[in-house]
Write a protein that binds this ligand. Structure first.
Ligand code: GTP
Ligand code: MN
Ligand code: MN
Length: 617
């Protein structure tokens, strides 16, 4: 890249000042940045180089401005707490739009907007929206810079919190500009918190706007996000780009962008297997990604905890990378007894959002320890004691930390070519019906299972199939195009794989409950016992029983050494009730009908075959 044209200077230059005359693709980038600046009218433009010095300065400024609280370095070195506005705590699905030219391309599961109409709506909102603020220009790569599965983008934003978060979650810096200079296509992402400052007006700790728009333009590969500072709405590289836009690119280029964790499992003989798993939000991806097996001789190396990009290789295998460089994980429920790996990962250099603050300057959240501290400051900044009767940390409070800090991260986790997948797992929170583990009979059956992922709310929906929330492939909020086309794309990708080298597909369910409402399966580290069966299936070393919904282990095939699960619970964990499954099949038909002729015939055939096996002839 030594012949690359001069890249724009890093240091602040005014929006209307003379750029350093780059040429070619970098000139296009500079012109685009000028265009956004002319619209949003920031006081300054800052090209982010991703250096440690720059990051330190950014964090110091945010502390000075009251936007971050520096945690006590004795307990949590290099770490900060951000408190959001109480209204800006999560992704805003109702304000998230897919603005495809053709409404049918957004499909029945997305909010569609006409691209011209929505541009006309949001452009006035962005006009002058960065007044009084700095506009940061952040070039980033998803996947190792220059890697064969990697993609690049640029985010402009007026949020320093977003810049610091993107710095943790992606690869930021000058090497990305070299890629742009060399002609690699890049995705344009624009973010404004929508809170311009009048001259002399004091800033607030978490600027945002009541009006929010997260708009994706799949035809021009653009994202425009207005009004929110929350990670999922503000770190545009993550859900907006790496899932919604990337799923569209993947559709056109023959690969898949998925809401999946990625791990390497090493068995007692030292053999390594690669597993990806899609579970809906808050259904255990980060936990499984950091699994500590309870059975001797097994090890898990973490590769990713939220997003995987999968591409068929020349060798007929499905290759996967984690395009991210960090974890943006749910804090509550993360503790020594559930996910000690995550707790160790968070030793320092972490940005926490909406957790509670201890008097000693460290953080706390529900589930970190069994007993809460006697006093805390809650996520809204109010005094809190265990008698307060409300959570101290927001239920969607999060940590943002570099992947490299995970004690069991795979040594080659950022290898550009990725890893070849041996198994794909689909799961959700199901109190009933779905066994602990089921093996699909082939790829098409696996796609059928993925298309039917659903989750129950633990208290309300118990036992009633009618209260299932469908979340196909755990992608309901993240698929950037028609979900029916997406199912077809999964089938097509399968055809590019060699039949004996394609990953085998399994459905898992850690959440099945007994009649008394208690989990039948201990979960967490003991999920390694399910992985063990899956791996032995891959090797032809474990038997299975055919059921109408797929293959389940004989219970004596699961390694339950040292585990105290009564036989009655095991029987219930694997029970397949034809009547409930037939009712579920009716719901599947209703769901499938919403896709009209975009639903692949092969999936309808799977549904009819399932009904036949369940006894409806
Ligand atoms: P996003 O990051 O939002 O996409 O979600 P995620 O899939 O990473 O969810 P996460 O791992 O943070 O899920 C956490 C929730 O699932 C917590 O309430 C955990 O206690 C629970 N959980 C995870 N694994 C298990 C398990 O094996 N058994 C049970 N019973 N609960 C589990
Ligand atoms: Mn997620
Ligand atoms: Mn997670």
């Amino acid at each position: 890249a030594s012949s690359a044209p001069a890249r724009p200077a890093r240091s602040a230059r005014t929006a209307h000042g003379a750029p350093p005359a780059p040429t070619g693709a970098l000139a296009d980038l500079a012109a685009w940045v000028d265009e956004i600046a002319a619209l949003t009218r920031p006081d300054r433009v800052h090209w982010v180089d991703g250096s440690a010095a720059e990051n330190d300065e950014l964090l110091r400024q945010m502390v000075d401005e009251g936007k971050l609280i520096k945690l006590n370095p004795e307990w949590r070195p290099g770490s900060y707490l951000a408190r959001s506005h109480p209204s800006d705590v999560a992704r805003t699905e109702a304000r998230t739009f897919i603005a495809s030219r053709d409404e049918a391309d957004a499909g029945p599961t997305n909010n569609w907007a006409d691209p011209d109409d929505i541009r006309a709506t949001i452009t006035p909102l962005f006009a002058g929206s960065m007044r009084g603020r700095t506009m940061y220009v952040v070039p980033f790569s998803m996947g190792a810079v220059g890697g064969p599965l990697s993609h690049i983008g640029v985010q402009v934003t007026d949020s320093a919190y977003a810049v610091a978060s993107i710095g943790i979650m992606t690869r930021v810096g000058a090497a990305v500009l070299d890629e742009i200079a060399a002609g690699k296509p890049w995705v344009k992402t624009v973010h404004s918190v929508g809170a311009p400052l009048e001259p002399g007006e004091a800033d607030v700790a978490w600027p945002c706007n009541d009006e929010k728009y997260i708009v994706h333009f799949p035809d021009t590969l653009e994202v425009w996000s207005f009004g929110s500072g929350y990670g999922g709405n503000a770190i545009l590289a993550k859900k907006c780009f790496a899932l919604r836009i990337a799923s569209v690119i993947g559709r056109d280029e023959g690969w898949l962008a998925e809401h999946m964790l990625l791990i390497r499992v090493i068995d007692p003989k030292g053999r390594a297997y690669h597993v990806a798993a899609a579970f809906p939000s808050a259904c255990g991806k980060t936990n499984l990604a950091m699994l500590r097996p309870t059975i001797p001789g097994w090890r898990v190396e973490t590769l990713g905890d939220d997003i995987a990009w999968l591409r068929p290789g020349e060798d007929g295998r499905l290759w996967a990378i984690n395009p991210e460089a960090g974890f943006f994980g749910v804090a509550p429920g993360t503790g020594e007894s559930t996910n000690v790996t995550a707790v160790e990962t968070l030793w320092g250099n972490t940005i926490f959002t909406n957790v509670a603050l201890r008097p000693d300057g460290d953080v706390w959240w529900e589930g970190l320890t069994d007993q809460p501290p006697a006093e805390l400051t809650d996520w809204e900044g109010n005094p809190w004691t265990p008698a307060s009767g409300r959570p101290a940390a927001h239920p969607n409070s999060r940590f943002t930390v570099r992947a490299a800090q995970c004690p069991q991260i795979a040594p080659d986790w950022d290898a550009a070519e990725g890893v070849p997948l041996d198994a794909i797992l689909f799961g959700g929170r199901r109190a009933t019906n779905v066994p602990l583990v089921v093996e699909a009979t082939d790829w098409t059956h696996g796609v059928f299972i993925g298309s039917n992922i659903s989750s129950e709310r633990t208290a309300a929906a118990e036992g009633t199939v009618g209260e299932l929330r469908r979340d196909p492939f755990a992608m309901l909020p993240f698929c950037g195009y028609n979900m029916g086309d997406y199912f077809a794309h999964w089938l097509k990708v399968g055809q590019k794989l060699r039949f004996d080298r394609a990953p085998r597909v399994f459905q898992v369910n850690w959440f099945r409950k007994g009649a008394d409402g208690r989990f039948l399966w201990p979960g967490f580290g003991d999920n390694a016992r399910v992985i063990d069966w899956i791996v032995r299936r891959l090797n032809g070393e474990a038997g299975a029983i055919d059921t109408p919904i797929g293959r389940v282990p004989r219970t004596d095939e699961l390694d339950l050494t040292g585990l105290d699960v009564p036989q009655r619970d095991l029987d219930e964990l694997f029970a397949v009730d034809p009547q409930s499954w037939l009712r579920e099949a009716d719901l599947t038909e209703e769901f499938y009908d919403t896709f009209g002729d975009r639903l692949p015939a092969a999936l309808r055939a799977e549904l009819e075959a399932l009904r036949y096996r369940l006894g409806r002839r």
